[in-house]
Design a protein around this ligand. Structure first.
Ligand SMILES: [Zn+2]
Length: 387
């Protein structure tokens, strides 16, 4: 049973600095169908999605043998969307294809959803639970490929989650984060992107594309990827979207095999709304929690100290719930840590808006929180970014 795609590519010398290796693999664990049934024009989509931005930004040419027609046509639309997100960058490059083939999967009501146990993807699962989404997690994305302990922890937790909620799961193993030299790419383009390579331009298509060969093989025509920011959060930031690799204007243009669609899910919910959705769903259905937001500790547990842990802890408290019941360990030191680091945490372009909305939530019931020594200071602090 062939369950692994092996890619290899050749590049001209001037691109050597931007690649760490010239081969890459994607393994679909425990599948019962053969990847040999998937045509080349579909199998190539993941590697292509990871190298396309390199060709756009460096104005280089990619030559491939075959590609799916629907996906081929969405490339230009995704490229346009990125070019609107990053007006300082010049999106050039060429894609030369020998054969464009019109592959087709059924239009159906089957869904798969990327799932990491974090706030965004958990609320996407609960919001779409009636669609029975298949849970997809990539080993080698958030958790480094070589990290055994963290992986064991997460895969167990994810397996428990899938059993608790009666959903199927798929684990994918991939070394796609070892393919590009994102350090060098970030150095070269950080200024123009105002962001690093992975966050700014790789992780959207790069992740989504991993699902395509599987979706083709199992005829799943709907792919969900959870949003980070809501429309309202984006507007308060000053635009329709907060630029990053995974934005609605890019992800929703990702189409494949005629009927295959991608949905950037959750843009009408702020992070605070998502926390509320999760808490309410767990309470109403009498289910255990599985929240895991932290990538600081490689052993897989929430560290309770980093920006993301702190932000989620405060978000849960703002809903008047105890974070200790939702996967965190909180005591007086937690608040001291947040207080000490609040400037570093919140005065960051990416996270500022999220901290401000937590503060707003607390302020909805100022009187209640004024009596809480751990929180009172947070009501009064100025979180505004000075630009
Ligand atoms: Zn953490």
């Amino acid at each position: 049973m062939n369950n692994t795609i092996k890619f290899s590519l050749k590049t001209s010398k001037n691109l050597n600095d931007f690649f760490m290796q010239k081969t890459s693999f994607i393994e679909y664990l425990n599948i019962n169908k053969n990847l040999n049934e998937v045509p080349e024009g579909i199998l190539l989509i993941p590697i292509l999605c990871n190298v396309l931005p390199v060709s756009w930004m460096l104005d280089s040419t990619i030559v491939i043998n075959e590609i799916d027609k629907t996906f081929y046509e969405s490339i230009i639309r995704m490229k346009n969307s990125y070019s609107n997100l990053y007006p300082k960058c010049n999106f050039k490059g060429k894609l030369l294809v020998k054969k464009i083939v019109d592959y087709e999967i059924d239009h159906n009501e089957k869904y798969l959803s990327f799932f990491s146990l974090g706030v965004d993807s958990t609320s996407t699962i609960f919001n779409n639970i009636d669609k029975n989404p298949l849970l997809v997690n990539i080993r080698g994305s958030d958790i480094p490929l070589e990290e055994e302990r963290g992986w064991n922890f997460i895969s167990e937790k994810l397996t428990d989650f899938s059993e608790e909620f009666g959903l199927e799961k798929l684990f994918i193993k991939s070394d796609f984060r070892k393919l590009l030299n994102t350090g060098n790419l970030s150095d070269k383009f950080q200024k123009k992107l105002d962001d690093g390579w992975w966050h700014g331009i790789q992780h959207g298509m790069g992740i989504i594309s991993h699902a395509i060969p599987y979706a083709y093989l199992y005829q799943i025509s709907n792919i969900l990827i959870a949003s980070t920011y809501s429309r309202t959060e984006s507007i308060s930031y000053g635009g329709n979207e907060i630029p990053c690799a995974s934005c609605p204007s890019v992800d929703n243009e990702f189409k494949f095999a005629k009927n295959g669609k991608v949905y950037h899910d959750g843009i009408y919910n702020s992070r605070q709304d998502k926390i509320r959705i999760i808490i309410n769903f767990l309470e109403n259905n009498n289910k255990n929690d599985y929240l895991h937001v932290c990538w600081e500790k490689t052993n897989g547990e929430n560290c309770n100290l980093c920006e993301k842990c702190s932000r989620t802890i405060m978000g849960i408290i703002a809903e008047k719930k105890d974070p200790n019941h939702y996967g965190f360990k909180v005591n007086d030191n937690t608040f001291e840590n947040i207080r000490e680091n609040i400037n570093e945490f919140s005065k960051n372009k990416i996270t500022n808006i999220l901290w401000m909305s937590i503060q707003e939530k607390f302020l909805e019931d100022k009187e209640y929180w004024d009596n809480n020594e751990n929180i009172k200071w947070f009501l009064e602090i100025n979180l505004k970014l000075e630009i």
